[in-house]
Write a protein that binds this ligand. Structure first.
Ligand code: TYM
Length: 347
């Protein structure tokens, strides 16, 4: 579906360079979220793009969320964004539910997207599991809301980890079908930005599984709120193989756990995998792991310290999100209005 529909279509240069991305406040932030998404969001600030970053609370409730936990996690995620370097003056930082245009455009997209497209989404299949009949309708429609998040701002670039690639292809398919059905070029064909050494950070316990906030084993992930001891202990216990580290990236083939730790190191050190391996090639894991935990602690502890400080001021966080959502609405409202006009709604 996606390849055939997307072929030969270029993003029009007519759109303002604008970055949008979102993170679900459905649990604590992990090192995967940080390296695969947030760190890259920070790097895209001030690079000639308008930048919008969103706590997608409406996506989070597609599976059950305890209301108090959702509130706390939304604030904690906002604190994480700011502590990691997102400047709420420079970027627009907000939570999804305060900008009703997301849900309004999502309804239009529910009527554009086809059931078959949704059924092919691997995240739907994974999350709904064997009991699809019991999954929420929101979980099924999730990718149409995600397309609305992006397209309600006419965003041109979306930095994400690799696991979101299929959803971004669907976003392009929705834009293409809308533009085709209504004979317009109203929505841009958004570019996914999936770059760097850490677009897919894996579990520390199993190199074939993604590091995830929903993994039942806490030892499988590094949480952004973990202290230095917890980080060091998790890295010490991380699964590895018995061989020494190779001197070139080719030597990581068939060694998913080794590859994962080297990728994490490279992303934290802001070096290429080849440059890291030139330094550490030949070392045993007993030597490499302490290097990795020192680096992780040096990079993450200022962020977790700042998060903890910001969490003492929830009113300030709420004020930042309110202001961000007002700014977001100034972009989203006219785009939604034009969409309604294109669709034929009387206003
Ligand atoms: P979410 O909340 O699962 O993850 C947020 C971001 O973190 C990335 N990520 C990872 N990257 C590398 N390694 C990992 N182990 C890892 N785990 C998570 C994700 O790829 C993502 O970029 N559907 C999205 C949220 C969303 C969104 C959007 C994103 C809603 N609307 C619009 C972009 C644009 C999600 O569930 O991400």
């Amino acid at each position: 579906m996606t390849a055939a529909l997307s072929e030969g279509v270029q993003t029009s240069p007519a759109f303002t360079p604008r970055v949008f991305s979102g993170i679900q406040p459905s649990g604590g932030l992990t090192l995967g979220n940080y390296l695969g998404a947030m760190k890259r969001f920070v790097e895209m600030q001030g690079q000639g793009f308008e930048t919008l970053y969103c706590m997608v609370d409406m996506h989070a409730i597609t599976v059950w969320q305890d209301p108090e936990a959702l509130r706390r996690q939304t604030r904690e995620l906002a604190a994480g964004f700011i502590a990691a370097g997102i400047d709420p003056e420079q970027s627009i930082l907000f939570n999804q539910s305060q900008v009703p245009e997301h849900a309004q455009l999502a309804w239009i997209f529910n009527c554009v997207a086809r059931m078959g497209w949704m059924q092919r989404m691997t995240q739907w299949k994974d999350k709904a599991g064997k009991n699809q009949q019991n999954a929420s309708l929101g979980l099924f429609a999730y990718p149409a809301l995600m397309a609305a998040d992006i397209l309600v701002y006419h965003a041109t670039h979306v930095p994400v980890g690799e696991d979101q690639k299929q959803h971004l292809e669907l976003t392009r398919d929705i834009a293409i079908k809308f533009n085709h059905d209504f004979e317009t070029e109203f929505f841009p064909l958004t570019e996914p930005v999936i770059e760097g050494a850490a677009t897919r950070v894996m579990s520390l316990r199993d190199g074939s599984k993604k590091m995830s906030k929903s993994d039942p084993s806490d030892a499988s992930r590094i949480n952004m709120t973990d202290d230095a001891d917890a980080i060091a202990q998790k890295i010490r216990k991380a699964k590895t193989d018995p061989d020494a580290l190779p001197s070139e990236a080719k030597g990581l083939e068939g060694r998913p756990e080794a590859r994962n730790l080297v990728n994490i190191y490279a992303a934290l050190a802001e070096q290429t995998v080849d440059a890291v391996l030139r330094d550490v090639g030949g070392k045993a894991f007993s030597e490499f792991k302490p290097m990795l935990s020192d680096l992780a602690v040096a990079r993450l502890s200022p962020i977790s310290g700042e998060m903890a400080r910001l969490m003492q001021q929830p009113d300030e966080i709420d004020a930042i999100l309110r202001k961000g959502s007002e700014r977001a609405r100034t972009i989203a409202a006219p785009i939604l209005k034009q969409t309604y006009e294109i669709v034929g709604m009387v206003s």
